[in-house]
Design a protein around this ligand. Structure first.
Ligand SMILES: CC(C)(COP(=O)(O)OP(=O)(O)OC[C@H]1O[C@@H](n2cnc3c(N)ncnc32)[C@H](O)[C@@H]1OP(=O)(O)O)[C@@H](O)C(=O)NCCC(=O)NCCS
Length: 213
């Protein structure tokens, strides 16, 4: 019944949120005009964050990859960015993408990056919630992360949600089913449930309310 009341997911919706310290943030789909800001945001990341995201310790991310990240087709590739509403010296606060797998169209690979100074403030969870809803609207049933063995934070986070891990050579393939009833009753699971409900409210009400991330 609740499903029947849901409106279509709008990838062009802009969602506003406020951190505990009052920082106001805007979350929206990535677009080609974001390329320079995204490149600059990657330059600001710590070496460890770069390594966990790209599995390599370079300083400059390949411009072709940035172009791809910033060109979602809203069908097989979706991407979201979180921007600071008042600080122009912070190019991007966080971002995440999903890419549908060619040989398994109901599965999408995901990646997340949260600027070091904004980590552990709920933004990874917020991005996962919007990607989850976006993926579900695209008929995707599973999100898959390729996570380096030493990326304890990402592994612990997804494990606390109920994701399953399969071991690879350098990494784990961690899989999250897009079925809210399977989310674990952990703080990570509870927070994700709250953010999923919030994203749906934003989509349903058109003008998203401010909320605490
Ligand atoms: C992984 C990452 C995206 C998480 O983003 P985040 O904004 O910190 O995530 P959240 O604040 O929503 O936290 C999610 C969970 O992880 C926990 N967590 C996040 N950072 C943590 C840390 N440094 N130590 C311990 N726990 C941590 C949070 O406490 C939360 O769990 P809880 O709800 O039970 O408290 C972020 O650490 C990051 O960008 N890392 C570098 C790049 C990367 O590893 N990307 C993933 C590869 S695909």
């Amino acid at each position: 019944m609740a499903e029947a009341l849901r409106v279509a997911f709008d990838p062009h919706c802009e969602l506003h949120t406020v951190l505990e310290d009052g920082t106001r943030l805007l979350m929206r789909s990535l677009r080609p005009a974001d390329e320079e800001a995204v490149a600059e945001a990657f330059r600001h990341l710590s070496p460890d964050a770069i390594y966990f995201r790209f599995w390599s310790r370079f300083r400059e991310v390949n411009p072709r990859l940035i172009e791809q990240i910033c060109s979602p087709d809203q069908k097989d590739h979706a991407g979201w960015v979180i921007l600071h509403e008042s600080r122009t010296d912070i190019p991007c606060v966080a971002g995440a993408s999903l890419w549908r797998m060619k040989d398994e169209p109901e599965v999408a690979e995901v990646s997340f990056t949260v600027a070091d100074e904004f980590q552990e403030r709920g933004l990874g969870t917020l991005l996962l919630a919007v990607l989850w809803e976006h993926a579900a609207a695209l008929g995707i049933q599973k999100l898959v992360g390729h996570v380096l063995r030493e990326n304890i934070v990402m592994r612990a986070w997804w494990s606390a949600l109920g994701a399953t891990e399969v071991s690879g050579q350098r990494h784990y393939v961690t899989t999250l089913l897009l079925d809210e009833t399977l989310l674990e009753s952990t703080s990570a699971g509870d927070r994700l449930r709250q953010k999923l409900a919030w994203v749906r409210t934003c989509m349903n009400e058109g003008a998203p309310p401010d909320t605490r991330a």
